[in-house]
Structures are given as C-alpha cells and as structure tokens.
Design a protein around this ligand. Sequence first.
Ligand SMILES: NC(=O)c1ccc[n+]([C@@H]2O[C@H](COP(=O)([O-])OP(=O)(O)OC[C@H]3O[C@@H](n4cnc5c(N)ncnc54)[C@H](OP(=O)(O)O)[C@@H]3O)[C@@H](O)[C@H]2O)c1
Length: 432
Amino acid sequence: MKELNIGLCGLGTVGSGVFDVLSSNSRIMFEKSLCEINIVHIATRSDNHKCDVGDVQYSKDVFQVAKDPNVDLVVELIGGTDVAFELVMLAISNKKHVVTANKALIAESGSIILEAARNANVNVAFEASVGGGIPVLKSIREGLVANKINWLAGIINGTTNFILSEMSIKKTAFGVVLTEAQSKGYAEADPTFDVEGVDAAQKLAILASLSFGIPLSVSEFFVEGVTNILLEDITFAKELGFTVKHIGICRETNGSLEARVHPALIPYSSLLAHVNGVSNAVMVNSDAADTTLFYGPGAGSKATASSVIADIIDVAKAPESPCFSSLGYPIDRLKRKDIINIEDIDCGFYIRFIARDKAGVLSELTTTMAEASVSIESIIQRDHASKIDHVNVVIQTNKIKYSALDPVLKKIKKLENVLDDIVLIRVENLDQ
Ligand SMILES: NC(=O)c1ccc[n+]([C@@H]2O[C@H](COP(=O)([O-])OP(=O)(O)OC[C@H]3O[C@@H](n4cnc5c(N)ncnc54)[C@H](OP(=O)(O)O)[C@@H]3O)[C@@H](O)[C@H]2O)c1
C-alpha cells in the first residue's frame, strides 16, 4: 500500500470539490490504486469555506503548506499567477510534488516550473488545467504516445461555448446571454479573459506544447474573442449549414505551426458542431489513431476535482520515479517551431455586409471577387430587417489566404452601393 499526504491550497469551487470527492470516493480510489491519500493541511485566505475541514490542520497562509514537512504533495487551487507561482516554486524547492488546475500559471510560467521540478526530481501535473473533467492531457500524452499529431481543434472555453450555443438556440443577442451566463455562474463578473479568448489561448498553449513538443507560450498565437459575433451571423451561418463556435486550432504544416483561437463557422457534419452549453471537446488528428474526440464537462467543482485527483493518484503510485514530464516530451527536448502568420493560413471565409437593394449590385460584387480569383462557395441575399431598400449579402468563399482576400475586401468597401463594415468569420472544415 502506498500513502501520500497532501496539502490543499484553496477551498473554492475546485478545492472544495477535491475535498468532497476525496472524502466520498476514498474507498473506490483505494481499491483501484492501492494508494491512501490523506489531506493533512489546508490553507485558504478567509474562513468562508465551502466545506467543513474537520480537524485537518488549517492555515491562512498558503506558504505554510509548502513548508510543512508532513506534506508530500501541494495541490495549488488558489488561481492567479503571482502567489500561485511563488507557492509552487516554494513547494518544488522543498521537494514536494505539485498538482494544479491553473492554466494561466502553466501557460505563463510552465517552462520555469517544469525545469525546477526536473532539477528537484519532483512531479508537477496539471490535467485539470485544460478541459476540466475531461482527461484530455493524459489521453494525448499517454494514449496517443505512438502517434505523430497532425492537428488538434478544441472548444476549450465553456463560457464562450455557452454564450454562442444560447445565442443560436434561443435567438438571443450576445449581451443578454452574457448576463444570463453571469447569473448562472458560467461567466465571471469580469468576463474579459473568457470572451476575449485569453483563457482558450492559455489552454491551447498547453495542448500545443504537449502535442507538438514546443515550449509553453501564447505570445505568437492569433487570438480573437467572441464579442463581435452578432445573432444575424449565427442565423446566416445556420442557413449555410454551419454553427458558430469559438475554437482553438493547432496544426503542423511542413514543420511550422498554425496556432490560433477565434470564432469559426463549423459544418454541422463535424462532431464539434454539436458540442453545446458549457461542455468542452478536443478533436485530435494523428497519423496512427486517426481522428479522436475527447468530450465532457469543461469545468465544475466535482468534474474538475476528478482530474485533479487523477493527477494526485498518478504521483501517489510512482512518487519515487524520476520526474515524469506532464508535457510528454522531456522539458529539455522542447523545440520552438515557427508559428505561421494568420494572414498566410488558407481557410474559407464567411463575409457579410449591407448593400443597397439595386439591380446589378450582386454582379458588381461577384465580378470584383472573380477578378481577384476569390472563389465563391455560396452566396445569400436577404432583405435587411430594419433598413428599407437594403439587403444583407452573405458570401462564403473557398479556401484563400487572408493576405489575398484583404485587398478584395478593401475594394468591396469602396463600392458605392456597399454600406457599413464588413463582417468576417473564418470557416473551418476540420475533417478535410
Ligand atoms: N472553477 C472551475 O470549474 C475550474 C475548472 C478548471 C480549472 N480551474 C482553475 O482552478 C483554480 C481554482 O479555481 P476556483 O474556481 O476553484 O477558484 P475559487 O472558487 O475562486 O477559489 C479560490 C480559492 O483559493 C483561495 N485563495 C485565493 N487566493 C489565495 C491566497 N492568496 N491565499 C490563500 N488562499 C487563496 C480562495 O480563498 P478565499 O475564498 O478565502 O478568498 C478560495 O478558497 C484556478 O486556477 C482556475 O483557473 C477552475
């Protein structure tokens, strides 16, 4: 039998879930792993706990946990990147293993943390940092170890997926759904990190490092949020056979990588198109296993605790082994790859603008596009809901680089009968 003493830092949504699941499922976990997990020290900032800590040693200073000689493993669930970084580094320097759910910390400082862990011969694991309760990192790292990964695409932010799904199902505008998401606890009071794509980019950085052996960093990624998505674009996308999703994509082409997070039209034929609400999913295409999909709850108290505890048990099973790299690749073997500029990536585009409802407008537009060799897949013209004598023109292009499309869009904007700004959303036929 193996025993591991853990110190739990943070007793909020995830921390209380870890406390509860470790208590309620201790028997089944022991039967499966023959490991006894004991919570020996807990630290939070205030006494306002979501659960009764009983007679477990309690501190208001998380650093006491990292210094406690009884603690073998520190579980960092306080969030943020300042105190959390100091806590994790102190734990490592005191030769304690670390488990965290903190994607911001890992995306920002993961290289430093993993290097320190390697030198101290301890483990740092972060399954819960991507996809909440979905064991996606372990699946890629271990289940797909035999494969060269070609690409991955994921819906990795539950808040934006909830917003886009609700806009589509209830035909409600972005602002209204965001307020609903906040009242249900699916969005923070300040939702910026989620709706601007920062959270998804941090998770993509972890997935990219794990899948393509690159150092953890988001600095060169293309990141666009969902704040400009309008209900009418979701409706027109449906008419074309697509749903609008916020996705993270990483694809290797000739040794270089696409790494991008943005809204995209996904065809209904793709499994990702059917991932709704706060659910997450990551689709991975690799040379031997082909396309696999990992789907489930992207957040939540017990679901995320499930991933945190899986990491704890992995460490408990093999605490004496040399540091396994949670990235799959040994930390000193990670190699930078060129990140392809978003303007040079081929993809389809959804283009919408308002034009005067006059004879010859459509032919003027299609001629402008044909002259620039922009190939059109579909075109829709519909009366504008409120502007009399105006129409919405929606064009879906075939694959083209943004750098080639941009001059055409500039020409279209200058046409006498075209009004307002042009809406542009990428189209991703993932399976092709
Ligand atoms: N929520 C999810 O579903 C989810 C899913 C995946 C990953 N995560 C990640 O898990 C981590 C925790 O998220 P959460 O939702 O559980 O956060 P949370 O509900 O806000 O809980 C944070 C906990 O940490 C404590 N804390 C914060 N700063 C502290 C400090 N300086 N010293 C001591 N205690 C401190 C808080 O104590 P007080 O309450 O006393 O301030 C609270 O107990 C984050 O990194 C998050 O990104 C969360």
